[in-house]
Ligand binder design. Structure first.
Ligand code: ATP
Ligand code: MG
Length: 438
């Protein structure tokens, strides 16, 4: 249909006939001539309409889809629009064919500085995406996804897809969505935890999955969704949880280097300056508590860091060590699931960690307890009887290597990388307790 994309036109094609197609961004008919700004995914170009075409298109509505044939002309130097990528040229239209007329009025304001609120924008997300900023966010997200896959493949992890329809979970205590299942009740997977351990043990040794995670969390925060994309990996034959952290660190060095390189224009338009981490600092919860105490915040021994505590620590680390990332170590046993391993010397903590990026948790990982007897005892302490979950228990019976892994959130990574302020900005169609449509 097209010979060129709008954003690709520059002085080197001037004098050429082109065929363009896209959406009408704005149309101005004044007196005897007209201009329309034509937009496709690549950018915007100005199209000049002579008297005949201006008259014929005087009722053309913004956001209509048109096919334009015309001649590319260099603009006189004093008319060059610097703010437009294609500012050095315009297209003198020979014909404008309306492929589909848009209705008016539009339900949201499709402008870079839109006045439409987030909720309404999400109601009409497909129109919201027509804004450059939103297209840029999802272009970066797509690159984060593909770079993540590339990283784990490069590191020798094997991709797995695990069931999302499950029997009731043994996992994290996060709320499950229960659904009817042929006379029984199934749960939507709130983590691939069991399965990723299962396939390390199976002999695949190192596995990863990018998959949907469901959590019936009735929280109304800027960091929780009820459906999100988990980035999970698990690896066998580790010495301890630090081997797992090494992979996480390597991943973020690779990811941010790659995004900086391949999304330069998007990042510039979004006003985001990314820093590739060197080594990610590690801070024990004990140290974190002391730092917070000095800052006037008391976190009891058996407590997690709350969102506020994470922010304060992140700020402290940024000031002291200029790092956007920090690993938090040794989370209290009371707050961690039964399958996190505990160090021999201190049973009150776990060999687990969180990764905080720009002040928000984006990952939790740990060495897992692989010795069945210890695991059973730990489960009992948490009031869980593993003999009631034979298929889970079996994983540890027939040769289970020491292993560990991490759960990250793709939506959170995107949000924190681009500093979007709300996780709903980082996912096309968010699901939360109030939203099931579109
Ligand atoms: P939080 O403390 O923020 O509620 P969590 O500790 O319950 O998170 P984990 O079970 O550790 O979450 O999940 C691993 C990762 O998955 C998190 O670090 C985060 O990146 C992502 N994640 C967890 N819950 C959500 C959610 N409701 N919405 C979006 N991402 C999530
Ligand atoms: Mg966590």
């Amino acid at each position: 249909m097209r010979t060129h994309h709008c954003g690709d036109l520059n002085a080197s094609v001037s004098g050429k006939e082109v065929v363009l197609a896209g959406w009408v961004d704005t149309v101005r008919i004044s007196g005897k001539i007209g201009f329309l700004l034509l937009r496709d995914r690549s950018g915007i170009v100005q199209v000049f309409l002579d008297k005949k075409l201006a008259e014929a298109n005087q009722y053309l509505k913004p956001q209509s889809v048109v096919l334009v044939k015309g001649l590319v002309n260099k603009r006189p130097e004093n008319q060059v629009k610097k703010e437009m990528k294609t500012g050095a040229v315009e297209v003198a239209a020979a014909s404008v064919e309306v492929l589909n007329m848009a209705e008016t009025p539009l339900p949201i304001e499709i402008a870079e500085e839109t006045t439409t609120g987030l909720d309404k924008r999400l109601d009409y997300r497909f129109l919201d995406v027509r804004r450059q900023r939103v297209t840029d966010i999802f272009t970066v997200r797509s690159k984060i996804y593909s770079t993540t896959v590339a990283f784990f493949e490069k590191e020798g992890f094997i991709n797995i897809q695990t069931p999302k329809l499950t029997a009731s979970g043994v996992e994290s205590g996060a709320e499950e969505f229960k659904i009817p299942y042929f006379g029984k009740t199934a749960s939507l997977a709130q983590s691939p935890q069991i399965y990723k351990q299962m396939f390390v043990v199976s002999g695949l040794e190192k596995v990863y999955e990018l998959g949907t995670v469901f959590r019936a969390e009735k929280s109304h925060t800027t960091r929780h969704l009820t459906e999100f994309t988990g980035v999970d990996f698990e690896m066998g034959f580790i010495r301890d949880e630090h081997d797992v952290m090494t992979i996480v660190e390597k991943y973020f060095v690779y990811l941010i280097t790659e995004i900086k390189k391949s999304c330069r224009e998007e990042l510039a338009r979004l006003g985001v300056d990314l820093h590739v981490p060197k080594t990610i600092p590690k801070l024990s919860m004990h140290e974190a508590r002391n730092i917070l105490k000095k800052l006037g915040k008391i976190v009891p021994e058996n407590e997690d860091l709350d969102a506020d505590g994470e922010k304060m620590i992140a700020h402290y680390i940024k000031e002291k060590l200029q790092s956007d990332f920090v690993f938090m170590l040794d989370y209290p046993w009371e707050k961690r699931p039964f399958y996190h391993m505990r160090p021999e010397k201190d049973k009150k903590v776990t060999k687990s960690f969180d990764l905080v990026y720009n002040g928000v948790e984006i990952a939790t990982g740990a060495q897992r307890e692989h010795r069945l007897q210890v695991l059973e005892a730990q489960a009992m302490e948490k009031g869980i009887d593993l003999t009631l979950m034979p298929f889970y228990r079996d994983i540890f019976r027939y040769g289970c290597p020491p292993h560990g892994g991490v759960g990250l959130g793709l939506d959170r990574i995107t949000e924190q990388m681009l500093q979007l302020g709300n996780i709903r900005e980082a996912i096309l169609l968010p699901r939360d307790p109030e939203r099931l449509t579109p």
